[in-house]
Design a protein around this ligand. Structure first.
Ligand code: GDP
Ligand code: ZN
Length: 316
């Protein structure tokens, strides 16, 4: 018998059991039947932030059965090479806080650029959070940050230790669902704890936060915080490979490439080795930061690999 359903939002999922906020409470839910299983090998069918339809369990009020998922307004996905699958880290968020640190761990532009591209690919508004500013800022990092600003990205310089920049961060988060992503150790948990005393997320090195076992699954979760803001914390993400965009479309996700791209000699220029490529010339002359161009080339190669592996050789 098709039961009546209620709507809810997925807060987190672990081992195919999803915590869903519905009707003012939280239910532990599983997927019912085959409806959502089709893509399971290649995508996780349900992600944190998904709006789902549930059949409440007739006996246990804490349990439900997921029978449908509403279309997503946005998503953050990555290509999980080892599992040869696209992992959807979050759904329906408004924005992506790309958290980096000035030092310890050192600023890593490659990871940041992968996040920025993924935000664009998943219809999320990105901004950059540069944490640990109390430790100082190397000149090379300052120059890179300015390059991001002139490309149009917002950058919040802050410190979970000194409190610098946290008001601005809080105002950016207000009233929105924001995904926090970044290498482990940059201070995501510390920032969230500082913004929400009482949250008490574990802080420290990854190895001490999580079981050291062979299979340390990272899982994201949705946290509702004060001031009408909600965040998806994505701990333990060590690698981030872009998924789901065609290599030849990649340049469009680098805002500072768009203007010079119109001047390339070939209309279908991929901005790699083509003669008369205005994007490469801008990178060589320093008007496009060399790191950004290097990120472009590496993500391009990653996407070629993604397409080969995901769709077969005909798509590379
Ligand atoms: P996460 O893995 O991104 O969640 O990072 P954590 O919040 O666990 O922080 C990793 C380490 O960096 C911890 O030892 C924190 O105490 C430290 N840390 C976090 N934020 C700051 C900061 O703004 N300044 C300094 N100096 N250390 C910080
Ligand atoms: Zn070009």
């Amino acid at each position: 018998m098709a039961g009546f359903t209620i709507s809810g939002q997925v807060l987190f999922g672990i081992n195919n059991i999803y915590s869903v906020a519905a009707d003012g409470g939280e239910r532990q839910c599983r997927i019912k039947g085959k409806v959502l299983r089709g893509e399971q090998e290649r995508y996780n069918p349900i992600a944190v932030g998904d709006f789902v339809e549930l059949e409440p369990d007739p006996i246990d009020p804490g349990v439900g059965w997921i029978v449908g998922r509403r279309p997503r307004s946005s998503s953050l996905s990555r290509w999980n090479k080892k599992r040869r699958a696209v992992q959807i880290l979050s759904a329906n968020a408004d924005q992506l806080a790309c958290v980096t640190s000035s030092l310890a761990p050192p600023f890593r532009p490659r990871f940041l650029d992968r996040l920025l591209v993924s935000a664009g690919a998943g219809s999320l508004e990105p901004f950059i959070v540069l944490n640990k500013c109390d430790l100082g800022l190397e000149e090379s990092t300052r120059i890179r940050i300015e390059a991001y600003r002139s490309a149009g990205y917002q950058v919040v310089e802050c410190s979970a230790v000194s409190g610098q920049g946290l008001e601005r961060l809080e105002s950016l988060l207000a009233g929105k669902l924001s995904v926090f992503a970044g290498q482990s150790g940059v201070g995501k948990s510390s920032l969230l704890n500082r913004l929400n005393p009482g949250l008490k997320l574990p802080v420290g090195e990854l190895s001490s936060k999580f079981d050291r076992g062979v299979h340390t699954t990272s899982f994201a979760r949705l946290l509702r915080l004060r001031g009408g803001c909600a965040v998806v914390d994505t701990p333990g993400v060590r690698e981030f490979e872009v998924a789901g965009i065609r290599p030849e479309e990649l340049w469009g996700y680098f805002p500072e490439f768009v203007e010079p791209a119109a001047r390339c000699a070939y209309p279908a220029c991929r901005h790699r080795e083509e003669p008369g490529c205005a994007v490469r010339q801008e990178a060589e002359s320093g008007r496009i930061h060399a790191d950004r161009y290097e990120s472009y080339l590496r993500i391009y190669e990653g996407l070629q690999e993604f397409y080969r592996d995901f769709y077969g050789p005909a798509h590379s």
